[in-house]
Write a protein that binds this ligand. Sequence first.
Ligand code: NDP
Length: 339
Amino acid sequence: MEDAWVNWALLGASTIASQYMIAAIRAAQQGTVGWVVSGNADRAQEFAKTHEISQWTTSIADALADEAVQAVYISSTNEKHFAQVMAAIAAGKHVLCEKPLAMTAAQSAEMIAAAKVAGVTLSVNHHLRCAGSHRKIRELIASGAVGRVLSLRLFHAVHLPEHLRDWRLNAPRAGGGAIADLTVHNADTARFLLQEDPCTVVAEMSQSGMGNGVEDSVMSVWTMPSGVMVFSHESFTHPFTESGIEVHGTDGSIVAIGVFAQDPLGEITLVNRTGRIEVLFDKTEIYEAVIREFTAATRGRGVPAATGADGAKALLIATAVREAALTGVCQTISYGVVE
Ligand code: NDP
């Protein structure tokens, strides 16, 4: 059984499934895609044909009723995650859900509790935890390479590709906006790198050329319990910048360029009294690692890279950023509801 393949159903005929996750499931050599479910029959059929998926449907219940399906990957628009995750858990399937896990903390808590009761794995696709670059930065921090960490700066301003300029830019009810899309990634990255959870947040957001009813740019400052200060920048509107992470400590700095990516890209430099050192890191395909670790967890080996609680905490932080930006008031974050 240990080496049995996992048969997946995809909920959502999405770009991320098409560009990365189907290939990752197949390349991880432990997965096959049995179903795609879409709200639109023509799109479902076309998607199934393009990706050589044997079964398609517009009925989630049909795919979930298939006993051969063991795991479900959910990459619909954000407002659908909650109901789809709950349906998949109720059908006894393991679930890998896209970020953000849900729209509210209360929904996240319900999802986590339901997965626990059902005894299934619930994971959130915070894929950057599986990036060799992020793992190397975490390792450097933990080994004391920069001494005591003073500050973390997360640069996640991108130029949203043309083909994604849809619900992200004009549909608050679908979970559009830079906070739902990018701040959750930064929140998870800060937690992953520093191994602690932000306690307070101040923020500003704006519509700087792309957003239509949703923010397309955000800047926020978070304080960690240890006193580390975190600066986080996310945007859809920046054509010429590169993403990056800077960690500044008493004995050195880590400067990583191009590491908020879907592919194993980027460069890491450690700067200290001896000079500048280029740091090498593992270039394993990121989403393949997500699938491998998720699959191992479904077989009782370890936990997925990002658990339901990790997804819920990232959402709580992003929600606090929105609230701080809306009100101009510093937000204190309480994690009790998802712990
Ligand atoms: P898409 O816009 O490509 O797909 C989302 C949904 O939109 C699909 O499920 C589909 O609905 C519908 N849709 C897709 N194409 C069309 C079309 N041509 N016409 C009408 N409707 C269409 O979204 P993404 O793939 O960019 O994002 C999906 C989810 O994945 C989001 O939650 C996002 O946050 C997350 N994501 C995560 C990433 C990561 O690295 N972890 C990266 C990118 C996205 P239906 O279900 O009915 O088929």
